[in-house]
Design a protein around this ligand. Structure first.
Ligand code: ZN
Ligand code: ZN
Length: 363
């Protein structure tokens, strides 16, 4: 994999210049990883016009040296990252004003930067690194495709063992074990297993409820490979053929997703992309049952820019990776969501996931 860190720092410095900032302090873990390669949970990176310094704690001394290499100076801060940052500022060459990630720091941390003697030196930078992360380089797309492949293979293994009478937690255990065996280094978010009427809860908490014959079973889960995430949902029926209403609702969601996958492309607004799926769901009479957005960006984080939402007037960038996940949720009855991951091109969206989308009966 080619090393993009130098060009990412250069791109960030160009943004700093455009924003009138002399330096920036980056603390969001995914941003730190993107810029420096450091994958630990606790670090600050000071990027000035000429240099980069990564501050972390002693737990990460060896890991930081290995992952960061000679890209940045690594400083181990025994008495707190912010304290150490303020201590090394005078010799850092950082020109004021210095940006900070107001969307990441706590109020207490932010006030340490902006109160008293330092008033005017620091100001919120906005989501600069997040902006850089939207368009994926080819090797990032390859990692996302690997994560999607792991998710698909693990799902295929897990569903072979799903039967009526298993609890949602049993199903999550099967799926999570398969994800690990296939090479997922983490579960990027808590696995959602929702059975029967609980499938109507878009963000259900996996419970000890047992799945009955003819009931819905919705699985929403992730995989992580090389730091990059997959996010997949499939909805099945277990132990008996689906009834007419199940087939109808599934067909509406599947048709809406197919329309979005076929019609989505770079240059569209998030709103226009969302409408590709929302309009057919509304035309089928289920508009009120699709409450969430069509999708979200996917990368080092499972939810990142851009938004694929009726509230977003921003055009989608070529090279962005997003989920396409329409759903219909009917309280007391159940719900269906189908979620795949795509990379956006000017002419079309290309699927990263390769998982059958027709309604399948398990068990
Ligand atoms: Zn999901
Ligand atoms: Zn999602």
């Amino acid at each position: 994999m080619s090393d993009r860190r130098g060009e990412r720092l250069a791109a960030l410095r160009a943004l700093l210049a455009a924003e009138g900032l002399g330096a920036v302090v980056v603390g969001h873990a995914a941003n730190v990883r993107y810029l420096t390669g450091f994958s630990g949970s606790s670090a600050l990176v000071l990027v000035t016009e000429a240099a980069a310094t990564l501050l972390t704690d002693s737990r990460y001394e060896t890991q930081a040296a290995e992952e960061v290499g000679d890209l940045a100076r690594v400083v181990i801060a025994p008495a707190g990252l912010l304290e150490a940052l303020l201590g090394l500022l005078p010799e850092s060459g950082a020109r004021d004003p210095i940006g900070f990630e107001a969307h990441v720091l706590t109020v207490r941390e932010a006030s340490r930067l902006t109160d008293g003697a330092r008033a005017g030196r620091f100001r919120p930078s906005g989501e600069l690194v997040e902006r850089l992360r939207v368009v994926k380089a080819p090797e990032e797309v390859a990692a996302l495709r690997d994560a999607a492949r792991v998710a698909g293979t693990a799902l295929a293994r897990a569903v072979a063992d799903i039967r009526v009478g298993l609890s949602e937690l049993d199903v999550a255990a099967l799926l999570e074990a398969a994800l690990r065996r296939e090479g997922s280094v983490a579960h990027p978010f808590p696995t959602i297993v929702a059975s029967g009427p609980r499938a109507a809860l878009p963000h259900a908490r996996t419970s000890d409820r047992r799945v009955g014959a003819g009931e819905w079973l919705l699985l929403d889960f992730g995989a992580e490979v090389g730091g990059y995430c997959a996010d997949v949902t499939r909805t099945f029926v277990v132990g008996a053929a689906p009834d007419a209403r199940q087939r109808e609702v599934y067909g509406v969601v599947q048709g809406a997703q197919a329309a979005a996958l076929a019609g989505m492309r770079a240059g569209m607004t998030g709103k226009a992309a969302d409408a590709l799926a929302r309009d057919p769901i509304a035309a089928a009479g289920y508009g009120a049952a699709f409450g969430h957005s069509l999708g979200h960006g996917l990368g080092l984080e499972v939810h990142e820019a851009p938004r694929v939402s009726k509230a977003s007037e921003e055009p989608l960038a070529a090279g962005a990776v997003v989920t396409v996940e329409p759903g219909v949720y009917l309280p007391g009855w159940g719900g269906v969501r189908i979620e795949d991951d795509v990379v956006l091109g000017d002419a079309a969206a290309a699927l990263l996931t390769d998982i059958p989308r027709d309604l399948v009966v398990l068990g």
